[in-house]
Structures are given as C-alpha cells and as structure tokens.
Design a protein around this ligand. Structure first.
Ligand SMILES: [Zn+2]
Length: 241
C-alpha cells in the first residue's frame, strides 16, 4: 500500500516537474578504455564521446551551455526541445587534447570545472592511482578563448566542503573564482561542488560570491523547480548507453 502511494506521489510530482533535460558529468577521455581500471567509471573514449553527442543530436536534443540551462530554470519555461549540457570536472589535459576537437567538430558547447590547485600538475587528484596529466596554463588560456567552452570553478584544493569551517569554505569558493578570473580574463560564474558535497549554507556562500549556478553529481534530470545552486547531473560512463 505504501509503495503504491509512493508511486502515485512520484507520478504526480513528475507531472508538475517535467523533465527538461540532462547535464552530463564527465571526467577523463582516454584513448584505451580498461574496464578493470580503478577509475573506469570516470573514463570514456573519444569514440564514445562522439557517439554520445551524435545520439543526443539525432534524438532532437539541443546542446546548450550552462548559461542557457540557468535561464531556462530561472524563467521556468521550457525550450521547445529537451536539452543536454556537457560538463567536465577537475581539469584533465585530455579534455583539451581529446575532447575539445570533438566538441568543435559537432559545434557543441561544453564546460570544464577547473580545480585551481591541479593546474600544471601543481597538485593532482588524489583519488587517481596514476598521476594523470592536468591542464596546463597554455591549454586553459586557449580553452577560455574558445566560444564553445565555459570555464567554471571546482575550488582551490578539491575538499569535502561540508567538513570545512565557514572561512575555509569561503576561501575555496571565492578565491578559486578570483584566481580563475585573473588567469582567463573572463567572469567565472559557474561552480561544481567537489564530490557533490553541499548543503544550504554552501549554496548561500556560492550565491553571495557571485556565481550564477552550481552543479551536483547525483544522477538525475534537470526538472522544473530545482535551484540553480543545486543543479543535478548524470554521470556519463561507458555503461551509460
Ligand atoms: Zn572533482
């Protein structure tokens, strides 16, 4: 009985909160995929990325920027089609070397959330067993001058933000924005919570620091009624199709 009630409630919720589209979360693009790799869920091949873009375009989805997602969510109005928005976390060099040319070929916008401390391999993502190459300053500059690419912030050091005190949270969120703005010469208005770790206070800090959106990593669709400071994303992995 409870289950039936839950299902009905869920159906009514979906009716009033239509699914508008998907923000996809990606990490690395690797030439050779190894399903046994510890990081397999964070890696896709260039071919798979290309097939994914083509698949969405064939299904009639609009490939949009985070800015466009924000506008739709704030206006509460549907585009005439469903959308897909591609985003990368952390700032791996393969995003520039392998993904960028594919997005360019298909004229498809994308966002890279850069962890400031990882640039030029000053520090590296510690959950990776091997030491992947991170974006260089030169690559970041090229990407920030590319109209299809949006650069967002993914903090200074990639911490679990909810475990920090207020001052440290603010430093990670605001200083990363200011440094990226200085490096790129562009306003940085989009933020990704490391590990999708967030709460009400963090949403307020992100907003007060001048960001316009922030994304999570728990898999789900973007629906009417979501906050622009807690936009849901779906993980794109080799098992996604
Ligand atoms: Zn991350």
């Amino acid at each position: 009985m409870n289950k039936l009630f839950f299902n009905i409630k869920r159906k009514i919720y979906k009716l009033f909160h239509p699914q508008w589209g998907e923000i996809l979360m990606l990490h690395r693009i690797v030439p050779a995929y190894n399903p046994q790799s510890k990081n397999a869920h964070l890696e896709i091949t260039p071919e798979f990325l290309e097939q994914t873009i083509v698949k969405y375009q064939k299904k009639g989805y609009l490939c949009v920027t985070l800015e466009q997602v924000k506008e739709q969510v704030l206006k509460g109005k549907h585009f005439h089609k469903k959308f897909v928005c591609f985003t990368f976390d952390d700032g791996f060099a393969d995003n520039f070397e392998l993904a960028y040319p594919i997005f360019k070929t298909h004229n498809c916008p994308f966002t890279i959330f850069v962890t400031v401390g990882f640039l030029d391999n000053f520090a590296t993502a510690n959950w990776y067993k091997e030491q992947p190459k991170m974006l260089s300053m030169e690559q970041l500059t090229k990407l920030s001058n590319e109209p299809l690419c949006t650069i967002g912030s993914h903090t200074l050091t990639h911490p679990h933000l909810t475990e920090l005190d207020f001052e440290a949270q603010k430093r990670e969120i605001l200083l990363s924005k200011q440094i990226l703005e200085q490096w790129t010469g562009k306003p940085i208005t989009h933020f990704a919570y490391p590990y999708g770790d967030y709460n009400e206070q963090l949403m307020q800090i992100v907003e007060s620091c001048g960001y316009q959106t922030a994304v999570l990593c728990n898999g789900n669709y973007v629906r009417r009624g979501q906050s622009v400071f807690a936009l849901k994303r779906k993980i794109l992995s080799m098992n996604s199709h």
